[in-house]
Design a protein around this ligand. Sequence first.
Ligand code: QUE
Length: 335
Amino acid sequence: MSYIRTNVANGVGEIVLDRPKALNALDQSMVDDMYDVLLRWADDDDIETVMLTSGTDRAFCAGGDIRAIRDSALADDTESITRYFSHEYRLNQLIAEYPKAHIALIDGAAMGGGLGISVHGEIRVVTEKAMIAMPETAIGFFPDIGSTYFLPRLPQGVGMWLALTGARVRGSQALSVGLATHFVPSAELGGVADRIRSGAPLGEILVPSPDKHTDHPPLPVEQIGEYFSDTNIAAIVGGLRGAVGDEWAAQMLDLLGHASPTSLWVTARLLELGETAMLDECLERELHSAEKITATHDFAEGVRAVLVDKDRTPAFVPSEIDDVDPAEVSRIVGV
Ligand code: QUE
């Protein structure tokens, strides 16, 4: 029993994510199977293009198998945790360096690990049903999968905003900031996938269509830039708190109030460091941070509250942004 399916025809290798009950959350076997297939296809002269799709219309990929990681952490099974993250990040790096066209078709939720197997690739097609987010601060983790490399490279403040608040962006919004490269209406995506499978030239299938992607309002880039162009959490929160009467700022404070305060500090520091680092350095630092943070109270508690018991009331320690110990942040980040 495998959670990915593959097809090869007309020079196109397709990987179908097929774990619908977990919204295609990536477990160890999926990470390893995808890595093996992609490595094999990289040297296969019969394959010119790799296409990544979902076998369910419920989601593209909800993230990593974070419940299993929590179980390993509670059992002190650090080996399994290191194996999972090191193999996942190795897959992200392979996709970033892939010698052939790599196309992800995103027609539903893509969070965390789901972005790691798409955003590093050359082409990311989204629809109005795409829902993109990095929600890890809510579970006492941090945005990983090489996002500490690509988030700081998004327009002014957008990466920090996504990383800290876990805000969800839709297809056209993802396109506008560069997370996606193409927009196709959901109703037309099946036809586009079939044309890619037929081996037709990508340039003829994926043509920019600036007027088609007006499905959702533009992102409030001005406010994002105003409040999130900083790497210091205290400064960002101070700015939002000082914005009396700004409804958007109040909403952002509410989102930040659901996050682990320690995760917020760790996230801001990792994005700051990622700004001037290469992808491989970012992934290495993320691996260190993942090993450390999964052993903390906030991770076990955050996953419990959001994914296990689903009461959505995690008891994070400390509970206040101002009470996070900088030494603890340094210990997790490793710098
Ligand atoms: C943060 C996360 C994840 C998340 C929610 C967060 C994550 C993840 C899932 C998820 C959701 C539904 C499923 C599932 C997993 O949710 O990584 O198996 O059915 O995988 O706030 O990082």
